[in-house]
Design a protein around this ligand. Structure first.
Ligand code: E4P
Ligand code: PEP
Length: 449
């Protein structure tokens, strides 16, 4: 592909309707910012994206399981060492539970280092009779409810890039620099074990892992894989100016990669077949995902495959279903059946968060842990009935002890929500709820295999 052709193709989305794009006041400022971004160093390398594609091909074949998660909306203030470490620690603990109790290799993908933009249901928000533009993520405007903060500011795209770089750098350091060494399984739990049932259950499992490691070492086995983990970054490719500015031609292959993250996905609100997001994603060579909600028809799924993975490359395309606990058992089977009949290689991941949000009487957006669990259970049941592979979960969680979702081992109730409700958008599982979920998913996995 020549560079000129590639540039033309990479910009084809500009002629199409693009949902959920901010109205920027000053096009010259947007141009200046994207120009600067287009010269900025890549955050990830094309070879790493290919490696993730290989891992996701293993998921398609039923040989591995994806754990993808992080904040609903990352924030600039949250891009600090403590918050990133806490999230990563929770992800590592969940992965260990799944790997050990589920006996399956886990592909670890953070919803981290780039998740700074949000699609919204409404363009505005009204509080006490005052209406302002909706918060669209730190990459676009500020969370504070003032006209100044809610102004769309393109310079925030640069800050999103820098916070992504900082976060990814920390993740790389933690996952490769010794912190993710399997011999640290107890250390990840240290600040947690005392009063928490999930922490205590984890501690018992960590003891078993210790013994297994000691046994292997005594047998002379101490593989490299035990001393660090592969970690990949991901976010919704929502702001097309940003994603386009970070798309580069890979010097090895001459092909375009979006170097803002290893994996990017198209959201439920932007997956129109004739829309700009699908067009853009069709041109980049990263592994990509598409969210599928309960109104998706089997023909929609096939058409998305045609557009996004016409060559049937295993690992290239992941469907992230988010049906809702009450819908998954009837909405998912027709999609899987038709896709399986077509022979297209697709990884199926369950997002049990986005179909299960409701508003508590206090006005907090929340989710019931039991609904989250029920959607995952439905996902496993459907795959078991059809003989297909439940390829992973995609969750919104944090490493902190927030009170945003109700239920779980610590039995948070609606009256507790106000105590630590810190999300900038949708409610996240806290650390205990995340670990509870990991144990239960590991059991489901074991029962299916
Ligand atoms: O995270 C997903 C969406 O951005 C979010 O669910 C939209 O929330 P809203 O319906 O409050 O706009
Ligand atoms: C907006 C999101 O989800 P969905 O597109 O499934 O609504 C999200 O994952 O942040």
């Amino acid at each position: 592909m020549s560079t000129t052709t590639a540039a033309g193709e990479l910009d084809a989305w500009r002629a199409l309707p693009a949902a959920q794009q901010p109205d920027w006041d000053d096009p010259d400022e947007v141009r200046a910012v994207t120009e600067e971004l287009s010269k900025a160093p890549p955050l990830v390398f094309a070879g790493e994206c290919d490696q993730l594609k290989d891992r996701l091909a293993e998921v398609v074949r039923g040989e591995a399981f994806v754990l993808q998660g992080g904040d609903c909306a990352e924030t600039f203030t949250g891009s600090n060492a403590d918050a990133v470490r806490n999230k990563l620690k929770t992800l590592l603990q969940m992965a260990v539970v799944l790997t050990y109790a589920g006996s399956v290799p886990v592909v670890k993908i953070g919803r981290m280092a780039g998740q700074f933009a949000k699609p919204r249901s409404k363009p505005t928000e009204t509080r006490d009779g005052v209406t302002l533009p909706a918060y669209r993520g730190d990459a676009v405007n500020g969370f504070e409810f003032t006209p100044q903060a809610r102004r769309n500011d393109p310079r925030r795209l640069l800050q999103a890039y820098h916070c992504s770089a900082v976060t990814l750098n920390l993740c790389r350091a933690f996952t490769k620099g010794g912190y993710a060494d399997l011999r640290q399984v107890h250390a990840w739990n240290q600040d947690f074990v005392a009063g928490s049932p999930a922490g205590q259950r984890y501690e018992r499992l960590a003891g078993e892992i210790d013994r297994a490691l000691a046994f292997m070492k005594a047998c002379g086995a101490d593989p490299e894989e035990f001393h660090g983990v592969e970690f990949y970054s991901s976010h919704e490719a929502l702001l097309l100016e940003y994603e386009r500015a970070l798309t580069r031609i890979d010097s090895r292959s001459g092909l375009p990669y979006d170097v803002s993250a290893h994996f990017v996905w198209i959201g439920e609100r932007t997956r129109q077949l004739d829309g700009a997001h699908v067009e853009f994603a069709s041109r980049i060579r990263n592994p990509i995902g598409v969210k599928l909600g309960p109104t998706t028809s089997p023909d929609d799924a096939l058409a998305l495959i045609d557009r996004l993975n016409p060559d049937g490359e295993p690992g290239r395309l992941t469907f992230i279903t988010r049906m809702g606990a009450g819908r998954i058992r009837e909405a998912l089977p027709p999609l899987i059946e038709k896709v399986a009949q077509s022979g297209a290689p697709v990884a199926w991941i369950c997002d049990p968060m986005h179909g299960n949000t409701f508003e508590a009487p206090s006005g907090h957006k929340t989710r019931r842990f039991d609904d989250v669990l029920d959607e995952v259970a439905g996902f496993f049941e459907v795959h078991r009935a059809l003989g297909t592979h439940p390829g992973g979960i995609h969750i919104e969680f944090t490493g902190d002890d927030v009170t945003e979702c109700v239920g779980g081992g610590a039995a948070i109730v609606e009256d507790d929500l106000h105590q630590r409700y810190e999300t900038a958008c949708d409610p996240r599982l806290n650390r205990g709820q995340s670990l509870d979920l990991a144990f239960m998913v590991a059991e489901m996995y074991r029962d299916t295999h």
